[in-house]
Design a protein around this ligand. Structure first.
Ligand code: HEM
Length: 422
């Protein structure tokens, strides 16, 4: 029932797969649709008709409108429709009739797939744990962690693959600290997370890793009940009123792991790649302490690694950007395009870290807007800053075209980034 992953396999490839010669630009199929309207119908590989939202304002409308549900289980997004339902939906759309999926399913799952008011309750409890004090403490730890990994890289170099040596362990270790995972348990925990989140693992490998992770997290929850620490999970257990049930605590931990891991790791690796390919931009980033914050926002916009990962289902017929979206339709926000909307920004296809204001939807919008955005910003700021400060001569060790792109993954980035230095 992992909706975004399932949806990815139904999307036409040219809307997701980027080209090796310009891996930072939106997929060619998306770019080709530019100018064809802010809301566009698209046929998925199972024949279902869905909608792509490429306009910045229209995307914000979708994500702020309660008629679009995040509950892709209950309202069945395109991945859950039978062949017959796909036909019924097409016929109803043809006749201009609204259609609501007949057998609405129950969703006992993750809060990321819930709508208000259920979502609001859990979100509020979680938000209460992302305190300014905790995020500030994490910045200090992050700097230490980055320094330690750079030391290891320098000692083993020159030359390293930046993904396993730096981009992955930084956010991974941060999540461990946030959840209060003991140092001794960390390796097994990280290994299982890596295998569990990797789409290249076999079903069996992934199943076993997720099973072990689930067992580990239920043990962790039990431990934190008896021995609370200063971490987010302890806070969530002991400060939530009424208390959250164990399965919800475990689900939340799994979501934080998944959402907090691959996202920042890919922004770090792809961001370094982009800066190495734009030396004049890299020079601007390293000039002053304030430059890095703007650079992080611009990289979030320019790289838009979430691609088509933000989706909703229309629970009734809605007119959006002049287009009628029938009830039951899956709506996908085309994040890379909304972040290059010429109505909001000039020179949208340029990476320019010195833009004053950078409007972007890289963290989404509305009630589900990324809860880890402040943490992610700190991770990126520290991650880029320390790397370029300590290794100023950093450069690619292979031709740019030979960097393996994550065109097979839900979240875009690079599988590896061979780098070297003098
Ligand atoms: C939600 C992007 C880092 C935890 C989201 C959404 C986006 C996003 C686009 C909205 C999804 C939707 O509306 O359907 C990113 C990016 C990141 C990042 C680009 C890194 C650069 C993190 C980190 C954490 C995290 C570090 C964990 C601490 C979450 C959670 C949600 C979420 C829990 C769901 C919130 C809800 O449903 O209320 N993220 N994220 N994210 N993110 Fe992030």
């Amino acid at each position: 029932t992992d909706s975004p992953i399932a949806l990815r396999s139904l999307v036409p490839e040219d809307l997701l797969e980027r080209t090796p010669s310009c891996p930072f630009d939106p997929a060619p199929g998306l770019a080709a649709r530019r100018g064809a309207g802010a809301v566009q119908p698209v046929e998925l590989r199972n024949g279902a008709r869905a909608f792509l939202v490429t306009g910045f304002d229209e995307a914000r409308e979708v994500l702020a409108d309660s008629r679009f549900s995040a509950d892709r289980v209950r309202y069945k997004d395109a991945t859950k429709l039978s062949a017959q339902e796909v036909e019924q939906l097409a016929a109803a759309t043809e006749r201009g009739e609204p259609l609501r999926p007949a057998d609405v399913q129950r969703n006992d799952g993750m809060f990321i797939f819930m709508d208000p008011p259920e979502h609001t309750r859990i979100r509020r409890l979680l938000q209460g744990q992302f305190t300014v004090r905790r995020m500030r403490a994490l910045e200090e730890r992050m700097t230490e962690i980055a320094a330690a990994h750079i030391d290891t890289m320098l000692a083993g170099g020159p030359g390293a693959d930046l993904v396993p040596a730096y981009a992955l362990p930084l956010p991974s270790q941060m999540i461990c600290e946030l959840l209060g995972v003991d140092y001794a348990d960390r390796q097994a925990f990280q290994d299982n997370t890596t295998v569990g989140l990797n789409a290249n693992s076999t079903d069996e490998e992934r199943g076993r890793a997720l099973g072990e992770l689930y067992t580990f997290l239920s043990g962790l929850v039990a431990h934190k009940k008896e021995h609370p620490g200063d971490d987010l999970l302890s806070g969530l257990i002991h400060e939530s009123d009424p208390p959250l049930p164990d399965n919800q605590l475990i689900d939340i931990s799994l979501v934080l792991l998944g959402a907090g891991h691959e996202t920042t790791a890919n922004m770090l690796a792809l961001g370094v790649f982009a800066l190495l390919q734009h030396p004049e931009q890299l020079a601007a980033v390293t000039t002053g302490p304030d430059a890095i914050d703007g650079a992080v926002e611009e990289l979030l916009r320019y790289l838009s690694i979430i691609q088509l990962g933000v989706s909703r289902v229309a629970t009734e017929t809605v007119t959006l950007g002049g287009v009628d979206i029938p009830a039951g339709s899956t709506v996908m926000v085309a994040v890379p395009e909304t972040n290059r909307d010429e109505r909001h920004l000039d020179a949208v296809d340029e990476l320019d870290v010195r833009r004053g204001r950078v409007p972007h939807l890289a963290f989404g919008h509305g009630v589900h807007q990324c809860i880890g955005s402040q943490l992610a910003r700190v991770e990126m700021k520290v991650g880029f800053r320390e790397l370029f400060a300590r290794i100023p001569g950093l450069r690619l060790a292979v031709a740019a075209e030979d960097v393996p792109l994550r065109n097979d993954m839900l979240i875009f980035g690079v599988h590896s980034l061979p780098v070297t230095w003098n």
